[in-house]
Design a protein around this ligand. Structure first.
Ligand code: BEZ
Length: 399
């Protein structure tokens, strides 16, 4: 090779280097793994508008509190947040999930509240093998037929609180009941769980009533309940819908006449708005006020200090989603590429939750205690444990 050819070769190598740097800086090519590995990208897909907006905000606060308590890191890695408002709209679920998975290329998806939206997220997480942590939505399918090594839940399956509430109602010797809920997976599956326990305890369901999500025109149902005269009523409503149902039930003159029960979402995070109309209501949930454990007291104090608000079940579930991610990242010393090892550690983790410590079932759903709660003032006071260590049956999970 002569010196001219050598110079041309060197120039081409320099140009290639310059081009590669320019392209990488412009973000067209991925950066070297060591550079890209700086922050773990967490995509929060939650409702920040609509009926479930307060739930999405509480989950976000809880998650961020756990990260802040770890100096802004989990497993030694800094966290970068990407956020999408899913509006609790299942029709927009795939598009919104892809904003995080394809556009933002997040490492972890965290979401969501609404079961219908969660099913869209779980499908994409399954297909793309993206880690998904569900901090609320109880869709039974997610930890049932759709169960997957990369999908975890820190909240509940819809069956669980429904079943626990049905048991309380049967234990309280109610013989007949009417159910009212929104017509979508969460309502239908909680009613199914309720019926399983209530009927096992000798109860009979007189009528199942539904209305489309997120409608709150309850009057026709209340009129019918008054004429059917069941011993008790079982409902699932949450967020803004729960506030309205409890107020309408009292305004219709039913409070104190026909016992109203619900999964604990009926009165969690809603008591300021429900006021006197919620007093005395009994619900079942995996969290309660006044647990008075060192972990819960510390969590509640830290949450109050950070947000000047009382935490609710949604805040706890968000906090625990970050705790679960931390367990996984710590096991791989922050190397999120070691997926198998990370998922194994998450599946085996014992989460020191404000609700009480819990582990995950083989389908990655919490095995946890369900509290019986009674509304006293601004609190869902624990008045005992309805069911200890309740595990979802994970029907249809083939793992
Ligand atoms: C759900 O859609 O799964 C859900 C929403 C709010 C509270 C509880 C469950």
């Amino acid at each position: 090779m002569n010196s001219k050819q050598e110079n041309r070769g060197e120039r081409r190598a320099i140009l290639r280097g310059l081009l590669a740097t320019t392209v990488a800086v412009a973000g067209i090519l991925p950066l070297a793994p060591s550079l890209a590995a700086d922050k773990v990208k967490v995509g929060l897909m939650l409702p920040y508008t609509g009926t479930y907006a307060s739930l999405g905000n509480a989950i976000t606060n809880g998650f961020k509190l756990a990260v802040a308590e770890n100096g802004g890191k989990l497993g030694g890695r800094e966290i970068a947040f990407f956020t999408v408002d899913d509006e609790s709209d299942p029709a927009k679920g795939p598009e919104n999930t892809n904003k995080l998975v394809k556009r933002d290329q997040v490492d972890v998806l965290v979401g969501t509240v609404h079961s219908g939206v969660a099913m869209a997220m779980a499908k994409i997480a399954n297909e793309t093998k993206t880690l998904l942590i569900v901090p609320n939505a109880g869709a039974d399918e997610v930890t049932g037929p759709m169960c997957s090594p990369n999908i975890f839940r820190t909240s509940f399956s819809n069956w669980q609180p429904g079943y626990a509430t049905g048991k309380i109602m049967a234990d309280n010797k109610h013989k007949t009941a009417v159910t009212v809920t929104w017509k979508y997976a969460a309502g239908q599956q909680m009613v199914d769980g309720f019926k399983e326990a209530f009927q096992k305890g000798g109860g009979k369901v007189l009528k199942e009533m539904t209305l489309p999500f997120p409608n709150v025109e309850f009057q026709p149902f209340l009129t019918e309940i008054a004429s059917l005269k069941p011993d008790a009523v079982f409902v699932f409503f949450a967020g803004g819908g729960a506030v309205k149902f409890v107020k309408d039930y009292a305004a219709a003159g039913l409070k104190g006449k026909i016992s109203l029960y619900g999964t604990g979402f009926l009165t969690d995070g809603t008591l300021d708005a429900q006021g006197a109309d919620a007093q005395g209501l009994v619900t079942a949930l995996h969290y309660a006020d006044g647990l008075n454990t060192p972990k819960d007291n510390a969590f509640r104090a830290a949450y109050k200090k950070a947000y000047n608000a009382e935490p609710d079940v949604y805040a706890v579930q968000g906090y625990d989603a970050a705790q679960l991610l931390r367990a996984g990242l710590e096991a791989v010393k922050g190397d999120i590429g070691k997926k198998d090892q990370m998922y194994q550690a998450m599946a085996a983790a014992k989460i020191d939750s404000p609700r009480g410590a819990f582990t995950l079932s083989k389908a990655h759903n919490p095995i946890q205690d369900f509290y019986t709660r009674r509304v006293v003032g601004k609190e869902n006071k624990s008045i005992g444990i309805a069911i200890k260590g309740l595990a979802d049956p994970a029907r249809g999970c083939k793992r």
